[in-house]
Design a protein around this ligand. Sequence first.
Ligand SMILES: NC(=O)c1ccc[n+]([C@@H]2O[C@H](COP(=O)([O-])OP(=O)(O)OC[C@H]3O[C@@H](n4cnc5c(N)ncnc54)[C@H](OP(=O)(O)O)[C@@H]3O)[C@@H](O)[C@H]2O)c1
Length: 291
Amino acid sequence: MKEYTLLAGATGYLGRYIARELKRRGMPARLLVRNPRSLPGQIGEYTEVVTAEVTRPETLRGVMQGVGTVISTIGITRQKDGLTYMDVDYRANRNLLDAASAAGVSRFVYVSVLNGDSMRELKICEAKERFVDELKTSGISYAIIRPNGFFSDLSAFVEMARRGRVYVFGDGSTRANPIHGADLADVCVDAVTGVKSGISEIEVGGPEILSQREIADLAFSAVGKKPHILAIPDAVRRAVMKLARVFTSSKTYGPLEFFLSVMARDMIAPAYGSRTIAEFYREICSDDSGK
Ligand SMILES: NC(=O)c1ccc[n+]([C@@H]2O[C@H](COP(=O)([O-])OP(=O)(O)OC[C@H]3O[C@@H](n4cnc5c(N)ncnc54)[C@H](OP(=O)(O)O)[C@@H]3O)[C@@H](O)[C@H]2O)c1
């Protein structure tokens, strides 16, 4: 009997690449989605799709049948459902883990964030790391993927460059090695088959370590404009974080505090993959020029 990999999060940026990678490797996959129409056409056609709400455990009945491994990329990024990180990044993943354990699933691959364990004061990390703690003691075999920032978030630099100015934090010298979804998907699917066996927490970033200023320069080069980089003083960044915590709800300051915190420190993980930011920027600019 074939053993499925159940993928929760296939409608998202990373999940789409993971679904394609499972297909490419000929691994039977079941995609768990809340809205099948959010799946790109091709993906839904070649894999089994089940509809359920990960935030409502009663809808998960039966979805784990025949499943060997669960991969979850479930988490709030841009969703505006009125839910908190605790509701989704923690509770919904806990619901999946409970359903997996009850069905005797052997492995759970979870996508958290790089340095999440040392940033628990941030709402998003508090929720993700609570799930990580429980996954570790659940008795199920697991892999925790700890990726650096995704290329999808770097398109903001191109949007700013098009408008003629890119803002960086501090002096713009903090460095990171963000990763393309396709390269990260490779790591996630390797974790299903245990290629990196024996390693249960996998920190991973892309092949290039670049400062904010260097990323800004690449964005200007992609849009063909002269670089004009403006620095936002660190005191302003800290003040915005404090004000947001006092005057806005956790749904607003949660994403903001995460973004403002990671931009102020070096975020460097072991390098993987081959896709570069310059290529990514060229692709999004050529896609846009064809519109
Ligand atoms: N972006 C980064 O730089 C970065 C870096 C490190 C780690 N991560 C983490 O990696 C994971 C994947 O990121 P991504 O960029 O692929 O995110 P994404 O594109 O927003 O995908 C998130 C997935 O979670 C699902 N989801 C969110 N809220 C839900 C809810 N209330 N009920 C059911 N499903 C829900 C989404 O479903 P819908 O499509 O139906 O909304 C989507 O399939 C996230 O946990 C993120 O925190 C991201």
